[in-house]
Design a protein around this ligand. Structure first.
Ligand SMILES: [Fe+2]
Ligand SMILES: [Fe+2]
Length: 418
C-alpha cells in the first residue's frame, strides 16, 4: 500500500460526499421514540439548544451503533473464517509475491556506481539531472507526496499486524498470513527507496525538508477506523493498492516521454505501479473470498469503509508550516492529474464489479441490503457532488493561490483550495 501521494483523503468526503452513516430507524431520545434520520430529527425538534442536544445524542447513538457494527466482526465465528483460509492463502495469495532473486531492486533502475564505475556513474547522474530538469514543479510536488506516503511503510505494516486473526504476532510467525504481510512489506519497502534515491540524484528537491516530512508522518502515525477487523482492513488495503497503482501510473504517464520527457522517472513510477497492481490483485482476491464466505459481512464492511471515505494514509502529512497541508496536497494531485476524484470514483466502480456487489441478494440481512444499495449508488452520488462542487467554485469565482513549497526550495505553486 502505501500509496499515493495522491492520496487523497477521502476525496469524496472533501466534496461533502460523506454519507449519512445511518439509515432511518427508530430511536429513543429524551424519552421520545422517533423514526427518522438524524437531520430530519434535528429539523423536527426546532429550537437551536434542543437541536444541539439532539445532535449530540444522535451522534452518540450513531457512534455506538457503528462500534457495535465493527466489533461484531471480532466474534470467534467471524475470525474463524480467516483462520480457515490459511491453506487458500498459501496457494492463491503467497504466489503473488516475487521471489527475491526475481524481484527488481532500486539499483536496477537508477545509476549504480558498483556497475558503472566512478566515471560512468558521474555521467549517468548528469544525464539523469538533465532529464529531471524538464519536470514541472507541480509534478515534482506530487511525486514527493507519493514518495513520503511510501516511506511511511512502518505505519502500514504495524497496522496490519494489529488485525485480528492475520497479524504477525511474534514478528516471525510461520502462518501464511504473517508471511504474506512480511513479504508484501519487503516489496513495498523498495518503493520508498527507489523514489527517494531518484529524488536525491536528480538534485531538484530539498531532501532535508522531504526527510523531515517523512519523519513527521511516521511519528504522527495513522488511526485506522476500525482498528482491527480483518474484513475492513482488507477492503481498505485493496482500495489503497489500486489507488496507489493509479497514482504512480498517472505520474509515470505525465512525466514520461509523451509528457515532460523524464524517461528514468517514468520507468521508476511505472515499475512501482506494476508492483501495486500485483498487490492489489492479492488483496482484491482476499476480499472476494470473504464475500464468498460471508456476503453480508463483506458488503457491510465495504459500505462501512466507503461511508467514511477511503482516506489515504498520508492524511497527517505536514510540511511543518501550513495548516491542513493535506488539503493542499489533495488539490495539487487533482490539478496535476496524478490522483483525482474521477480516479476515486472509478476505483469504487471497479471494486463493485470485482466483488459483484450488484448481484448480491441471497444471504443478505436488511442492513446488508442497505449497504449493497448504498455502495452501488455511490459512484453516481460522487459524480453529482463533483459537479456541484465545480459549479459552486465557478459561481464563487474562486481564484487559485500561490504558495511556497519547501520540498522544492520554496518555489511557488498555484493551488485552488476547496
Ligand atoms: Fe502498495
Ligand atoms: Fe507502494
Amino acid at each position: 500500500m502505501a500509496a499515493t501521494a495522491t492520496m487523497g483523503m477521502p476525496l469524496a468526503n472533501r466534496l461533502g460526499c460523506k454519507p449519512n452513516a445511518t439509515s432511518p430507524s427508530t430511536r429513543t431520545l429524551f424519552g421520545i421514540q422517533v423514526t427518522m434520520s438524524s437531520s430530519r430529527w434535528s429539523r423536527a425538534v426546532g429550537s437551536s439548544a434542543v437541536m444541539a442536544a439532539a445532535d449530540v445524542a444522535v451522534r452518540r447513538w450513531e457512534e455506538k451503533q457503528q462500534e457495535e457494527e465493527w466489533r461484531s466482526y471480532l466474534a470467534p465465528e467471524k475470525l474463524e473464517v480467516l483462520t480457515q483460509m490459511e491453506p487458500w492463502v498459501e496457494e492463491h495469495v503467497l504466489p503473488l509475491l516475487k521471489p527475491v532473486e526475481a524481484a527488481w531492486q532500486p539499483s536496477d533502475l537508477l545509476p549504480d556506481p558498483a556497475a558503472l564505475g566512478a566515471e560512468g556513474f558521474h555521467v549517468a547522474c548528469l544525464k539523469l539531472q538533465e532529464q529531471a530538469a524538464a519536470v514541472p514543479d507541480l509534478l515534482l510536488v506530487c511525486l514527493v507526496a507519493n514518495m513520503v506516503t511510501e516511506e511511511a511503510l512502518p505505519t502500514y505494516q504495524s497496522s496490519l499486524n494489529r488485525v485480528e486473526a492475520v497479524g504477525d504476532l511474534t514478528g516471525a510467525d510461520g502462518t501464511a498470513w504473517a508471511r504474506w504481510i512480511r513479504g508484501w512489506s519487503a516489496e513495498e519497502n523498495r518503493h520508498g527507496d527507489v523514489l527517494n534515491r531518484y529524488m536525491y540524484l536528480s538534485g531538484r528537491f530539498d531532501m532535508r525538508e522531504v526527510e523531515r516530512t517523512v519523519h513527521r508522518l511516521i511519528r504522527s502515525g495513522m488511526a485506522v477506523d476500525p482498528p482491527c477487523s480483518p474484513y475492513h482492513a482488507f477492503v481498505y488495503t485493496a482500495f489503497q493498492e489500486r489507488a496507489t497503482a493509479v497514482a504512480h501510473g498517472n505520474t509515470a504517464r505525465l512525466v514520461g516521454a509523451r509528457g515532460h520527457g523524464d524517461a528514468v522517472l517514468a520507468r521508476v513510477c511505472g515499475t512501482v505501479a506494476a508492483d501495486e497492481k500485483r498487490h492489489e490483485a492479492a488483496y482484491t482476491r482476499i476480499v472476494s473470498k470473504l464475500f464468498e464466505a460471508d456476503p453480508d459481512a463483506g458488503v457491510r464492511a465495504l459500505a462501512y469503509m466507503l461511508r467514511r471515505g477511503i482516506a489515504m494514509p498520508t492524511s497527517p502529512i505536514s510540511d511543518g508550516r501550513h495548516d491542513d497541508f493535506y488539503a493542499c496536497v489533495v488539490s495539487l494531485a487533482e490539478q496535476a492529474g496524478t490522483y483525482t476524484v474521477s480516479d476515486y470514483c472509478s476505483i469504487v466502480e471497479h471494486l463493485i464489479r470485482e466483488w459483484r456487489v450488484e448481484e448480491l441478494a441471497g444471504g443478505l440481512s436488511g442492513e446488508g441490503r442497505r449497504a449493497r444499495d448504498y455502495v452501488c449508488e455511490l459512484p453516481q452520488k460522487i459524480r453529482r457532488m463533483k459537479e456541484k462542487a465545480h459549479d459552486r467554485a465557478a459561481k464563487a469565482q474562486k481564484k487559485s493561490i500561490s504558495i511556497p513549497i519547501n520540498w522544492i526550495f520554496d518555489r511557488h505553486v498555484s493551488v485552488m483550495l476547496p
